[in-house]
Design a protein around this ligand. Structure first.
Ligand SMILES: [Fe+2]
Length: 188
């Protein structure tokens, strides 16, 4: 097995320890979307896709720890920094170069706020995976109003091309469909 596959295997063995049970599939879907948006994605971007939320599996800290949703941006920034640091520690065991490790750190650190084109791809893939899969889990954990806020946050940060992809996602559940429509209606 090559280095990347061994690393992927290790990351995917850690993620199930997260208190958020949807995290493993989310990680796999973010990689899927990165490769749809950018079929030639470099290894650093693919590693960032699979490990961008790894801190939840290691620290156990989730959005349940924020009482006031208006603090979400600040919380997300700290979450991204913690994931970047923890992921870089794993990468060191696999003899990735400092340049590669720093690139992964940069991508993960900025995945919720934006940056260069690779960060934008990662952020779009994260949102698309959320819209494709995570909403029912988020709803169960945090309730309807907060899910609408979260959907809005995940949608507003997208470029127009990715917003179009979100609009194409079909939901079997009427309730989820209504939530998504309420969240993105102002941005149509
Ligand atoms: Fe994510």
């Amino acid at each position: 097995m090559n280095k990347f596959n061994l690393l992927k295997k290790e990351i995917w063995s850690i993620i199930p320890k997260s208190p958020i049970k949807s995290d493993l599939k989310h990680s796999k879907l973010v990689l899927k979307w990165v490769l749809i948006l950018c079929p030639n994605a470099c290894e650093e971007l693919q590693i960032s896709a699979i490990g961008h939320d790894i801190e939840r599996a290691i620290t156990g800290i989730t959005e349940k720890n924020i009482k006031n949703y208006s603090k979400i941006k600040q919380f997300k920034k700290q979450h991204a920094s913690r994931s970047a640091k923890l992921l870089s520690e794993i990468l060191k065991k696999y003899n990735y170069s400092n340049k590669q490790i720093n690139q992964v750190k940069y991508l993960v650190k900025n995945h919720d706020t934006g940056g260069d084109s690779d960060v934008e791809i990662l952020m779009s893939a994260d949102s698309l995976a959320y819209f494709e899969y995570n909403i029912p889990f988020y709803l169960k954990n945090y309730g309807e109003e907060r899910t609408i806020e979260k959907c809005r946050f995940m949608y507003e940060r997208l470029p127009e091309s990715a917003k179009k992809l979100v609009k194409k996602i079909k939901y079997k559940s009427k309730k989820i469909d209504i939530i998504v429509n309420r969240a993105i209606e102002k941005n149509n």
